[in-house]
Design a protein around this ligand. Structure first.
Ligand code: ZN
Length: 224
């Protein structure tokens, strides 16, 4: 399995790279913590978990400029195409098999949205599996996501208010059982202010086998 590099771009936005393949997830790159500009991005694919502005972000603009397909739930994909973007509409289940053997599965998320159901996503990059939970509350079937996909890395919201908080996200780690976990969707706004080291502490207690990574916005982290 070749190594995967991940870069947190603030909020729920991540850049994933393996070899020459690059994937963007939930590219709201005008968020207050973002070190990147939408016009710098040249992804092969963009994954969007749901249509809220802080997740759809600049996906349509990036797709229009680069031609990169946006992978999203069917109704949201239609909306993206109506607005001039390129999209692959799928649904919970999957996978969508993409170039270089990349696979994307959409997973349930307990949240809201206007176009289709909100989702999470599992991205399989040559056997390294990344679960991006999207915006969601805690739910018991995260255990099933752990069993079915065995994610190497889980990206989990910890901000609370709109999503799980740090205590609930630590329970999510316990249910999923990934090798690595990283917090997201916090410190963008006052209402989702959190200390990520508290999340790390809770995970250490509930699921000591998982290593918590706390990315700084803009830093590349290589995982094997
Ligand atoms: Zn949302």
């Amino acid at each position: 399995m070749s190594p995967v590099s991940i870069r947190w771009l603030g909020h729920a936005a991540f850049q994933l790279k393996q070899g020459s393949t690059e994937i963007l997830i939930d590219p709201w790159l005008t968020n207050p913590l973002s070190p990147a500009k939408p016009e710098e991005m040249r992804p092969d694919y963009i994954v969007v978990t749901h249509d809220h502005g802080d997740h759809l972000g600049e996906a349509i603009e990036i797709s229009k400029r680069t031609g990169a397909p946006v992978i999203a739930v069917y109704e949201l994909a239609n909306f993206i195409q109506e607005n001039g973007g390129n999209a692959i509409g799928m649904n919970i289940g999957g996978p969508a098999v993409l170039k270089n053997g990349v696979k994307v599965y959409l997973t349930p998320a307990f949240h809201s949205s206007t176009h289709g159901s909100p989702t999470g996503a599992v991205v399989d990059l040559g056997g390294f599996k990344i679960y991006h939970a999207g915006d969601t509350g805690l739910f018991g079937d995260m255990k099933l996501i752990g069993e079915v996909y065995s994610p190497d890395l889980a990206l989990l919201p910890i901000g609370g208010f709109f999503t799980m908080n740090a205590d609930q996200a630590a329970i999510a780690v316990q249910l999923i059982g990934p090798r690595y976990a990283a917090p997201m969707h916090y410190n963008t706004f006052d209402v989702i202010k959190q200390d990520p080291s508290y999340f790390a502490e809770r995970v250490k207690r509930l699921r000591p086998l998982t290593e918590v990574i706390i990315p700084k916005p803009g830093e590349w982290i290589e995982l094997k």
